[in-house]
Design a protein around this ligand. Structure first.
Ligand code: DQA
Length: 147
C-alpha cells in the first residue's frame, strides 16, 4: 500500500524556519522517520515537498491515478487554495484516504489560520503534535485500512 506524504510551501525550511513553532527537525529527518513508520506498518511511504501550487495539484492527481493514500500538509495553501481543495477532493472521492496534518495547531494561532479549505473534504485532520502529527496520520491510515 502506497502513501504519499505531501508538504506545501516553506516546509522545506523545517528546522531553520521559526523553530519555536515548527521544531528543530528538518524535512530530511521527517523523511527518515516516515520510512521507519512505514516499514513498521507495511506501508510504502514517499515524502515530498514543494513551494509550488501546481506541483502539489499534480501530485494529488498522481495519487488518484496510482491509488495512493495521502497525508497532506498544505501549509499556507490550507487557508486559501481552492485549487488544492479541488484536487484533494478527488482523492477522497476516489475512495482513498486523505489526512490533513499540521505541525502546529492553526486553531490556536492567528485568525487567518483558523479556516481550512481542505478540512471539509479530508478523511480527517491531525494538528498540533509536530512530527507526531505525521506519525499519528500514518497510524490512522494503517488502522482505517485494517477496519
Ligand atoms: C502549517 C500551518 C499553516 O498555517 C502554515 O501556513 C504552515 C505550516 C503547520 O504545519 O503547522 O506553513 O501547515
Amino acid at each position: 500500500t502506497q502513501v504519499l506524504i505531501l508538504n506545501g510551501p516553506n516546509l522545506g525550511r523545517l528546522g531553520v524556519r521559526e523553530p519555536e513553532i515548527y521544531g528543530h527537525q528538518s524535512m530530511a529527518e521527517l523523511e527518515r522517520a516516515a520510512a521507519r513508520w512505514g516499514a513498521d506498518l507495511g506501508l510504502e511511504i514517499d515524502v515530498r515537498q514543494t513551494d509550488d501550487e501546481a506541483t502539489l495539484v499534480g501530485w494529488l492527481h498522481e495519487a488518484v491515478d496510482a491509488r495512493a493514500h495521502v497525508i497532506l500538509n498544505p501549509a499556507a495553501f490550507t487557508h486559501y487554495s481552492y485549487a488544492l481543495r479541488d484536487s484533494a477532493a478527488q482523492v477522497t472521492s476516489a475512495g482513498l484516504l486523505l489526512v490533513e496534518v499540521h505541525l502546529s495547531n492553526p486553531a490556536a494561532r492567528e485568525s487567518f489560520r483558523h479556516y481550512s479549505v481542505v478540512a471539509g473534504i479530508a478523511t480527517g485532520t491531525i494538528a498540533g503534535f509536530g512530527f507526531g502529527s505525521y506519525r499519528l496520520a500514518v497510524q490512522a491510515i494503517s488502522d482505517k485500512l485494517a477496519d
